[in-house]
Design a protein around this ligand. Sequence first.
Ligand SMILES: *[C@@H]1O[C@H](CO)[C@@H](O)[C@H](O)[C@H]1NC(C)=O
Ligand SMILES: *[C@@H]1O[C@H](CO)[C@@H](O)[C@H](O)[C@H]1NC(C)=O
Ligand SMILES: *[C@@H]1O[C@H](CO)[C@@H](O)[C@H](O)[C@H]1NC(C)=O
Ligand SMILES: *[C@@H]1O[C@H](CO)[C@@H](O)[C@H](O)[C@H]1NC(C)=O
Ligand SMILES: *[C@@H]1O[C@H](CO)[C@@H](O)[C@H](O)[C@H]1NC(C)=O
Ligand SMILES: *[C@@H]1O[C@H](CO)[C@@H](O)[C@H](O)[C@H]1NC(C)=O
Ligand SMILES: *[C@@H]1O[C@H](CO)[C@@H](O)[C@H](O)[C@H]1NC(C)=O
Ligand SMILES: *[C@@H]1O[C@H](CO)[C@@H](O)[C@H](O)[C@H]1NC(C)=O
Ligand SMILES: *[C@@H]1O[C@H](CO)[C@@H](O)[C@H](O)[C@H]1NC(C)=O
Ligand SMILES: *[C@@H]1O[C@H](CO)[C@@H](O)[C@H](O)[C@H]1NC(C)=O
Ligand SMILES: *[C@@H]1O[C@H](CO)[C@@H](O)[C@H](O)[C@H]1NC(C)=O
Ligand SMILES: *[C@@H]1O[C@H](CO)[C@@H](O)[C@H](O)[C@H]1NC(C)=O
Length: 818
Amino acid sequence: MRVNSYVALLGLLHVTGGSANGSPAPALPYTAQTYTSSEGTPMVFDESTLIKLASNGTSPSIVILDYGRNVEGYATFHVSKRSGDTSTFEMTYSETRALLDSDMGDGPMPLAAAMDTYRINRYNITEQKTYTNRLIQGGLRYQKLNLSSAGEVELSGIGFKPTVSRAPIAALPGSFSCSDPVLNRIWQVGARTTQLTEIPAKSLPNFWVITDEGAFIDSLAPQPFSADFATAMTAYDLEFSVKPIMNGFGFTVLSDTLANGIYIFVNVANSSISAHAGSTERSDPIASAKLPSNITLNQWHIVQSNVEMVGISVRIDGVPVFNFSQSAAFYGSFGLGASLGHSALFTNVSLTVSGQDMYYSSLNDASALQDFLLGTNPLPVSVDGSRRDRIAYAGDLDMATGTAFASTYGHDYINGTIELLGSFQMPPGFFVPTTKIQQAPRKTEIDANITGLIGYSFSMVSAMARFYEQTGDANFLNHWAPKTARMLDWAHSQTLPNSLFNISNSALGGDWNYYDPALDGVVSKFNLIYAYALKQWLPFMDDAGLNTTLYAGRLHNLQNAINKHLWSDTLQAYYLSDSHKDFLSQEANALAVLADTTAYGNRTSRTVLSTLARELYVPSGALAFSNRSAASGWAQKISPYASGYHLKAAFHANDSVTANYLLHSVWGPISDASHTNYTGCMWEVMMADGTPGLGSSTSLCHAWSSGPTADLSRYVLGVQPVTPGFKEWKVVPQSLDLDWAKGAYPVPGGKINVDWSFDSNNLLHMTVTAPNGTRGTVYLPTPLKETLHKYNATAFLSNEKDFFTVKGGETFSIHQTD
Ligand SMILES: *[C@@H]1O[C@H](CO)[C@@H](O)[C@H](O)[C@H]1NC(C)=O
Ligand SMILES: *[C@@H]1O[C@H](CO)[C@@H](O)[C@H](O)[C@H]1NC(C)=O
Ligand SMILES: *[C@@H]1O[C@H](CO)[C@@H](O)[C@H](O)[C@H]1NC(C)=O
Ligand SMILES: *[C@@H]1O[C@H](CO)[C@@H](O)[C@H](O)[C@H]1NC(C)=O
Ligand SMILES: *[C@@H]1O[C@H](CO)[C@@H](O)[C@H](O)[C@H]1NC(C)=O
Ligand SMILES: *[C@@H]1O[C@H](CO)[C@@H](O)[C@H](O)[C@H]1NC(C)=O
Ligand SMILES: *[C@@H]1O[C@H](CO)[C@@H](O)[C@H](O)[C@H]1NC(C)=O
Ligand SMILES: *[C@@H]1O[C@H](CO)[C@@H](O)[C@H](O)[C@H]1NC(C)=O
Ligand SMILES: *[C@@H]1O[C@H](CO)[C@@H](O)[C@H](O)[C@H]1NC(C)=O
Ligand SMILES: *[C@@H]1O[C@H](CO)[C@@H](O)[C@H](O)[C@H]1NC(C)=O
Ligand SMILES: *[C@@H]1O[C@H](CO)[C@@H](O)[C@H](O)[C@H]1NC(C)=O
Ligand SMILES: *[C@@H]1O[C@H](CO)[C@@H](O)[C@H](O)[C@H]1NC(C)=O
């Protein structure tokens, strides 16, 4: 996800420590599948393809490569021949073909230092050699090559050196296939999304080039200086020395942690200076001025900027050159950078607040990278998206966790993300919702009493419960249980006399749908995500030494209160909040089903699921909020994230009609290789008509949309743990109108393999194997096509007569004979 600046301010705090030795694993580069030649002819690309570009200097030579689905990594190419003027060669990247034609591709991506800022890289080709980009391009499907100077080049070995695992999906520890090809591709596209968002430890390169003279910055958005105090600064003096090399440089003041502030664009080549909201010069200027002509390239200059909230002034070499007032940003840090095609050396940066020296660096050693969060990532982490934001978020993590365990078995990435985000717990018990991955886990508590996105603190503890459920890692449980208890106890302390959880400070009430109004007071979603977190943890509380009776009692009271107070007879669902009783949230109601909260009076999960079908379904899927929400300012969008909880709820309630509907309508088009915008990955959010939901910034490779992969494995293969870590397990398939399904589920010590099918007489055949030393129970897929009368099997039906008891290390099979 991405968040608004207020949340970002609260969310991303700095710590020191951690190392910066990038060592990406060597791997074969990705190559394109097809390309369009400079004559416009579609061609097949293979590893021996030579690309020729020839321009006369007025008409550029353009070749477009299509990788067929998203790839990522370091762009690389080999110049096998060159002649004439080859000084102006550029490559542009995009997830969609449409945005490849925009002047910036589908960028820029200034939010963090985890990827190149610009989706364009320019080269002055002077030699026949291999060129490899210094920084990572996140998810992209298309690459445009453009020679515009009067010369010729011949290129071979064009591709991307991956920085994440590129194991074929078929070779992943987890697998799933069935008689419906749509479900197969959904499972695979979810697995691929997970693969692209799992970032190995120490795989990010340094964002700046550190030299003896200072930091060399070429075509990179400023990243904010990171310190606990810096996020809230409103008035300060910034000073630095700069030697502009190409065209000029830039810096931000009043910047939030996602680099958004006031960008001061110093175009030395053009003797101009201008101020822009954001982190590039791409928005209309707030103010501009001419620079004295003696401010030139290739000379050191001293820049001083005085920030007094709305009033900002700049002096260069002691001469006042720029002075303006603005109302686009009011607090935040500073950053140093350079626009596309600009570069400069920076040194001797200092920050003074109220006459006090707060920071100084000569920017000529690695500590500078840490100060601005520009180094490598100390831990393996799971991030929100491959192209954007490449930042860790707790809400996204809860969805990514299930999918990682079912497919890549990337437990290290989940564990690393929990370790990182979980170290940012605050004295009251809640967590920050998000951290940049260049940070190391905090060793001390944050002295702050406020967080954003309170729902994400519950997602955080739910993800911990899932991790323990899957691994049975007792050390993990013992480490996180006390921290979880603090979070849950804080939530309890915020309940009203009627037992409902209440948001008393509106700063806490934002959510993943940051483009909609924030909510406070009594909000169904926050009550239900609290109930869900309790529900997820209850089975493990005894193991963790927590008082199960106490938390079970709280859950019981909470569920009763939710049912008594938050139900709308008119809507036949839980309403949005005390302040909005006329519409409903998809996610809140799905969480009610998942937390077993719906059984009350004559209400059941069916009541809720049929209301969601009636109120939310549109041809392209299901809306995240019912129609009436539009009148209160809610966007009408389809969220594969919220739909992910809806799908889990459908499976939890054995509702195959809803599950099939959501799978085919929400995720069917995303995973369809013939869709215009296919990336082989899950999309972040859609408009009600199925088009990208946040315009050109929409991430088309977003882990929070990959939920179905986990659910197909858990509910259609049917593999579920009975005890944490699968020492005891069960197989409980929902047949979902399929003829067959088979696959493997990775567990500690091996895999659980399941294969079930109905033959042409509608009789069931099923095989299950599991690691030696485990034991399990196997239920037959429901519903069967024919009632079970006779069978032969390697085990006998249990006394309860609806499951078989199976020992790991032995093959269980059953054949229905009548
Ligand atoms: C360059 O090539 C384009 C396209 O072939 C042509 O229209 C144009 O006249 C050429 N310009 C020069 C200066 O040769
Ligand atoms: C390209 O590099 C060469 C060699 O360093 C240099 O002489 C030339 O000015 C550069 N051209 C451009 C357009 O930067
Ligand atoms: C090709 O590159 C030149 C120089 O950067 C640029 O002006 C032009 O717009 C590019 N053309 C296309 C189609 O990308
Ligand atoms: C210089 O500034 C003018 C006026 O803002 C602009 O049109 C032009 O593109 C700029 N040139 C460069 C090289 O930045
Ligand atoms: C530029 O000229 C101004 C006077 O107009 C002078 O004060 C300043 O020192 C000069 N800067 C440099 C780098 O020569
Ligand atoms: C999770 O990380 C912790 C701390 O690094 C480590 O002790 C534990 O073994 C890890 N567990 C798994 C299952 O990876
Ligand atoms: C947070 O609250 C605790 C307890 O109420 C208090 O001691 C502490 O000073 C507060 N910290 C901040 C930064 O407000
Ligand atoms: C657990 O909580 C229950 C309910 O609050 C309480 O009665 C009981 O004494 C607690 N048990 C322990 C061991 O603290
Ligand atoms: C459920 O109960 C409510 C009131 O208790 C009643 O109004 C409603 O008609 C009942 N619904 C069904 C489907 O029986
Ligand atoms: C594909 O993506 C582009 C760029 O975001 C968008 O303009 C277009 O509407 C999308 N097409 C479909 C069919 O979703
Ligand atoms: C399972 O483990 C037992 C005890 O460790 C061993 O005797 C047996 O051979 C193993 N079976 C298989 C199939 O590996
Ligand atoms: C069990 O039934 C299947 C299918 O009818 C048959 O192929 C198999 O030989 C039978 N096995 C035994 C042990 O009877």
